[in-house]
Design a protein around this ligand. Sequence first.
Ligand SMILES: Cc1ncc(C[n+]2csc(CCOP(=O)(O)OP(=O)(O)O)c2C)c(N)n1
Ligand code: SF4
Ligand SMILES: [Mg+2]
Length: 336
Amino acid sequence: MTAQANALEIQKLDAFKGVKKVTIEEYFTSGHRTCQGCESALVMKLMVKASGPRTIVLGSTGCMYVANTTYYTTPWVVPWMHTQLGSSGSAALGTAAGLKVLMRKGKMKKEPINVIAFCGDGGGVDMGLSAISATLMHPQYNLLILCYDNESYANTDIQVSGASPWGANTTFSPPGKKYRIMHTRWKKNVAGMLAAGHPGCRYVATVCASYALDMMNKVRKALSIGGPTFIHSFDPCPKGWDYDPMYSHELGELAIEAGIFPLYEVEDMKLKFYGKTKKIVEGRLKRKPVRDYLLRQGRFAHFTDEDTDYFQKKTDEMWEKWILPGVIPLRPEDGA
Ligand SMILES: Cc1ncc(C[n+]2csc(CCOP(=O)(O)OP(=O)(O)O)c2C)c(N)n1
Ligand code: SF4
Ligand SMILES: [Mg+2]
């Protein structure tokens, strides 16, 4: 396929230049039953607001499937389909390929249609990672995979995932009298891994809906650039993280300000930090202590000073020792 022919299949979605330019139409509306303060539901709403009406959404099993499809009701205004927990990559690829064939055979009008597949962290960071990787290797298909990361297998009652933070209390890692810290793995670095490992993938970004305009504009860029793309969204979850639902927005901000979840985009292998992360990288903003973020959540209520200090030390390492702060941990051997 020539670049010109491929371009016909891509919607050009320019960035919204300020909140006043954001369209008022909604494509994820009422009719869902996610928890009060659920940031992932906001991510769904902003994601399709950004992509517009000519969009097909596919979603793997998890809260954003189950809570959005109660029998006979759904908040989705655009066409929507469920897919198996580890299949966001394959579903996106299959749909994009199917649309291409139907249009080529004249069975559908030729027009650019956005294909977005979402997955949770269980579905994307863990179970479906291989399918996502395979999909990012096919530049001839235009699609976006958005991983909404609430840092647990939330829908099945908050089990630990590869994206759960060190030390968090989950149903698989409850603190006990003998062992206080039951989850001892550092969060998997999925966006950095996918960006570095797939040279044909033109766009990978991290987002947080606390910065809604940025988040929508990253979705628009991912859909306009051509080929398969990936966005990792950091989503506070009042039920799993155990805090008052009114603080979702604030917790998203705190995670960025403490440097726990850096905001960046990788376009054609060029890295750009943005928002408060950029200010931190440039030394214009001091990182907040991680304890300001951790101690606001019940999942870290068992932490002692020793635990917060360890979390701080590991976060500092991401900033001070990683070759690209918060993105790529590789570094030359000391003295090399
Ligand atoms: C192959 C498979 N294993 C297990 C399940 C049960 N299950 C349904 S939803 C879910 C949790 C998914 O977690 P995540 O992808 O993080 O989405 P969240 O629920 O957090 O929104 C699990 C384990 C399933 N549906 N399919
Ligand atoms: S458990 Fe978390 S992700 Fe699931 S609906 Fe509730 S707030 Fe949203
Ligand atoms: Mg999850």
